[in-house]
Ligand binder design. Structure first.
Ligand code: XMP
Ligand code: MG
Length: 176
């Protein structure tokens, strides 16, 4: 489909499922090499990363574990906006962690989560992201495995939503 409508907004095809598969395979091969002798723990951040995560873990050949977490934000508290990680029931001490994100925009979400994870003394933490918006980044977030750098436009599809809708598309779309 060349154009789609999500809520009141029109979107056009931006990255095809074939291009996505190619990049997912590329970073999977890098992960295979970098974690050859380890059993990393993938931590996929829901909801947006669920399709990317399922493709990525089926593309790697190494033995790996996967856990799914959510970031909840409590707004308007005395300490300002806080992001908490929900659902991480695994002990990550001395583990090699690969966070799976759908998109690194300002980097705010990961900037808040990383200290919490590092506190638990994993062996290493790297980030795998489907998309990054270099023009929007505000925090020093290093993405070791990035599929695409994209301009600062809103995107949907392949797990990403606009106000709850649009996650089911196999391709990625951007606002017209
Ligand atoms: P930050 O700014 O914390 O943002 O790096 C990361 C989260 O914001 C959401 N986000 C988007 N979601 N299309 C989306 O569907 C976009 O273009 C977009 N930009 C940011 C997303 O949930 C991500 O985890
Ligand atoms: Mg979202």
């Amino acid at each position: 489909m060349a154009n789609i409508q999500v809520h009141e907004k029109a979107f056009k095809l931006f990255i095809s499922k074939e291009e996505i598969a190619k990049q997912v395979n590329r970073i999977a091969a890098e992960i295979d090499q970098d974690y050859e002798n380890e059993i990393p723990l993938f931590i996929a951040i829901l909801n947006g990363s669920f399709i990317f995560a399922s493709d990525l873990i089926r593309s790697v050949n190494i033995t790996a574990e996967i856990s799914f977490v959510k970031v909840s934000s409590y707004e308007g508290t005395a300490v300002g906006n806080m992001n908490k990680l929900i659902g991480l029931n695994t002990d990550i001490k001395d583990r090699s962690i690969i966070i799976i994100e759908d998109i690194v925009d300002t980097g705010n979400t990961l900037n808040k989560i990383m200290p919490y994870l590092k506190e638990q003394q994993p062996k290493s933490i790297e980030i795998a992201s489907l998309l990054s918006k270099p023009d929007a980044i505000k925090y020093p977030i290093e993405v070791a495995y990035n599929c695409f750098d994209i301009p600062n436009n809103f995107v949907v599809g392949y797990g990403l939503d606009y106000d709850g809708l649009g996650r089911q598309y196999a391709d990625i779309y951007q606002t017209i």
